[in-house]
Design a protein around this ligand. Structure first.
Ligand code: DGJ
Length: 766
């Protein structure tokens, strides 16, 4: 198949992998302290100790107005209990002063007999019941046919850093427990809901959303979201929010790349990359999902997200509960660039498994585009030697090493080492890689099976299927039903054995198709649709257990590119593969789109021979904006190319902490036919900035490249400028203040097609 052929294509140098410090770690503890103190004081009105306004985060409940308020970083979030006992959203935005009046919640009036009040009252969590026409958060069918669910406030607790509010149906013992937890560093709020059946009989949950975010009426909201396809992921879409409904969704069983579970809403026409109010959110879920953006006749906007209700049904036996995904939401006063920077910080410092002391990503080599399935001991060792010679720190052997794998027709599921390709197992190769000073990584695709495999011949019932119906293959493979306890146990065992047998530091965990025929015939028909939830829970369970048992192993989430990137999988993996498209020019816009929601430090970017007509320097500079990898066939590279590669890898290591963990400023976007692309990363301590600039084509070769205005520097400090690659304009001073660079700007000499340049600004004395 063409597309797989074309584009489907480190033992670490620990000294180079400095740890991040999280200046906010201590703040987390003080939050717990404040929250505890405040919860004790809560019956007395605003329970905030005098003078504590600058506290990093606080959760308060004012019993006189019945208003909850959560503050952290630059954000305040507030909701109240209205006279109907509904939880009504009151405020989400820039942090308010402690004494600012947040008035008690009062139900809004619908406009007419056609518009019941419940639809214009912005609610935190609303059941489908009464006259609700907007997207419900919860919809339930009871065994007696009743489908009316009206949720009212029951009680609340403040636990450490979290606010927990219980709601209950007005009659039946159905409880919904909401959890709010705000990240102290960024003000990003994590919201989840747990639906609990305390009635005596089973009930069926038909819709379960994590949360609704409400924004006040406004005519000029703009929505941004990310769409894509295989090898063309991360396209930023932008549209006005008009009355009606926009659904972002995956029905694919996994996150998908057609739409990514992230949104941002800007208010007004005044907002731009670095200015203006932006509300944003992202789901932590790697299965089918939905985010519904609605605007009603009163111009109010609500965003509801969680499991997609399409084909959803979850039977809850008496006493059982269902936990929704987490819906994260944040606010930035600094435009969509500021929103991205908050998300990046949150992901790197609070979400990924190693947070807040995340290791920098090693420079990686991957064999896929060099050898595809034709891996063997001698060939991989030869590549490893070349990789080590240019400074690679992690060598990853991709697809083809196992079972009877010659191409994509056979072998998936049989995770034993192919005895012809590796007659002595993987140990000789791994030893060689280690002797060369790199760590070793291995490709796996554990959730899949080829019908031509020992596993499928032994267990044809282990795949997703409807009894007696065809089983649709994609890339000649079927999806194992990970929801089944025996499949879950098997997958864990196989991976555990691999990691216990061999000294493996890294797994590239691939997933190359979406679901079809999502049946689970082994369970009762009314429980089959549980597969949507149980599959992902088991995937997360396996990842969690593997990490616990093999704490040194890092994992990359790959799904034929970027089809499984979300805040759920990122809580359990260390990096992601954003796209199988490794063309250095295409990558500029793919990477640009990626960074709206996800941190550059999580994004693997390989230098390959795709788009070979561009210079190696151009290809390197494009990939150096993320976590650098090399995926070309190094055996084909000339000594001169290997020298260039060695130089570029060394340069990357100089700026790696800034690129991977710094604040990203998208100075000039490559989108929408732009001829230019410029990004800047600034280290957290403001000591270093690194700028990458690209020119696509220059039909009039005398046209000047736009002047570059860096951002985020320390205005008063003196920064020395150094070209990493390419040329600065001749008149560029050697050093100047941060204010000077930001105001006067910098010119680079880029005048011909596919040229690129990079430079650093380093605080003097550093
Ligand atoms: C899809 C991945 O995205 C590629 O990088 C490669 O690992 C292939 N799968 C291998 O089959």
């Amino acid at each position: 198949m063409f597309f797989f052929k074309r584009a489907f294509c480190a033992r670490s140098n620990r000294s180079s992998q400095s740890r991040l410090r999280n200046p906010h770690k201590c703040a987390m503890h003080s939050v717990s302290f404040f929250a505890a103190v405040l919860s004790l004081l809560s019956p007395l009105g605003w329970s905030q100790p005098a003078g504590a306004q600058s506290a990093p985060a606080a959760i308060r409940y004012d019993s006189s107005t019945r208003v909850f308020r959560i503050d952290a970083a630059d954000v305040t979030y507030a909701f109240g209990i209205n006279e109907k006992e509904e939880l009504q959203s009151l405020y989400w935005g820039k942090r308010l002063a402690i004494n600012d009046p947040l008035q008690a919640a009062h139900r809004r009036k619908g406009g007419s007999s056609f518009d019941p009040d419940v639809n214009v009252t912005p609610q935190e969590m609303v059941g489908w019941g009464g006259g609700l026409y907007v997207e419900p958060d919860v919809k339930i069918t009871f065994p007696d046919g009743n489908r009316d669910l009206v949720l009212h406030y029951l009680d609340h607790t403040i636990e450490a850093n979290a606010l927990i509010v219980r709601m209950k149906d007005i009659q039946r013992d159905v409880f919904v427990t909401l959890r709010y937890e705000m990240n102290t560093d960024t003000g990003i709020l994590a919201r989840t809901a747990r639906i609990e059946n305390k009635t005596q009989t089973p009930l069926t949950v038909e819709e379960a959303e994590a949360a609704t975010w409400n924004l006040p009426a406004s005519r000029d909201y703009q929505l941004s979201y990310l769409t894509g396809r295989w090898a063309g992921e991360w396209a930023l879409q932008h549209q006005a929010i008009n009355p009606g409904k926009t659904i972002l969704e995956s029905r694919r069983g996994s996150t998908g790349d057609e739409s990514n579970p992230w949104f941002a809403i800007e208010r007004g026409n005044h907002s731009d990359e670095d200015n203006g109010d932006v509300w944003f959110g992202a789901l932590g879920w790697s299965g089918s999902w939905q985010i519904a953006i609605e605007k009603n006749y009163a111009e109010q906007v609500r965003v509801t997200g969680g499991f997609t209700p399409f084909d959803f049904s979850y039977r809850l036996a008496a006493g059982e509960s269902l936990q929704t995904p987490t819906f994260y939401g944040g606010y930035s006063h600094d435009g969509i660039g500021g929103a991205s920077r908050l998300l990046h910080r949150f992901e790197l410092n609070a979400l990924v498994p190693q947070a807040p002391h995340r290791r920098l990503r090693p420079v990686l080599y991957n064999s896929w585009e060099a050898t595809e399935f034709n891996v063997d001991e001698a060939g991989q060792e030869a590549l490893a030697e070349k990789a080590a010679s240019i400074g690679v720190e992690r060598f990853v052997m991709d697809d083809g090493w196992f079972g009877q794998r010659k191409d994509d027709h056979a072998g998936l599921g049989d995770w034993y080492v192919n005895p012809v390709k590796f007659p002595h197992g993987l140990k000789p190769l791994i030893d060689k890689v280690h002797a060369l000073g790199m760590d070793f990584g291995l490709w796996v695709e554990p959730e899949m099976v080829n019908p031509d495999s020992d596993l499928y011949r032994a267990h044809p019932d282990w795949v997703l299927n409807f009894t007696g119906r065809p089983r649709s293959e994609e890339r000649n493979q079927l999806v194992l039903n990970l929801a089944r306890p025996d499949v879950r146990a098997h997958v864990f065992e196989v991976l555990d054995k691999l990691l216990s047998t061999y000294d493996i530091s890294f797994l590239k965990w691939d997933y190359n198709r979406n679901w079809s025929e999502p049946g689970w015939p082994a369970v009762a028909p009314e429980d089959e649709k549980r597969v949507y939830v149980a599959y992902v829970q088991n995937l997360y369970g396996i990842l969690r257990e593997l990490r616990a048992k093999h704490p040194g192993v890092e994992i990359e989430s790959c799904s034929g590119g970027g089809a499984r990137v979300d805040l759920g999988i990122l809580g359990l993996t260390d990096e992601v593969w954003p796209s199988d498209n490794t063309n250095a020019f295409d990558r500029l816009s793919i990477q640009d789109g990626f960074t709206y929601a996800y941190a550059p430090g999580l994004m693997m970017s390989w230098v390959t021979d795709s788009h070979k007509s561009t210079s190696l320097e151009y290809r390197f500079l494009s990939a150096m904006q993320g976590s650098l990898g090399i995926g070309a066939n190094l055996k084909d590279w000339s000594p001169a190319n290997l020298d260039t590669a060695r130089k570029m890898v060394a340069q990357y290591k100089q700026v790696r902490p800034t690129v991977q963990d710094g604040a990203l400023y998208r100075l000039i976007s490559p989108r929408d036919g732009s001829e230019y692309s410029v990004t800047e990363s600034v280290s957290a301590d403001l000591h270093q900035a690194v700028v990458f600039a690209f020119l696509h084509s220059s039909p009039m070769s005398y046209a000047a490249y736009p002047r570059i205005y860096p951002r985020g520097l320390d205005e008063k400090a003196v920064y020395r400028i150094t070209a990493l690659d390419g040329q600065l304009a001749r008149e560029t001073p050697a050093a100047a203040s941060g204010a000077f660079w930001m105001q006067a700007g910098i010119d680079v000499n880029l005048w011909a097609d596919f040229q690129a340049a990079a430079f650093t600004l380093q605080k003097e004395g550093e």
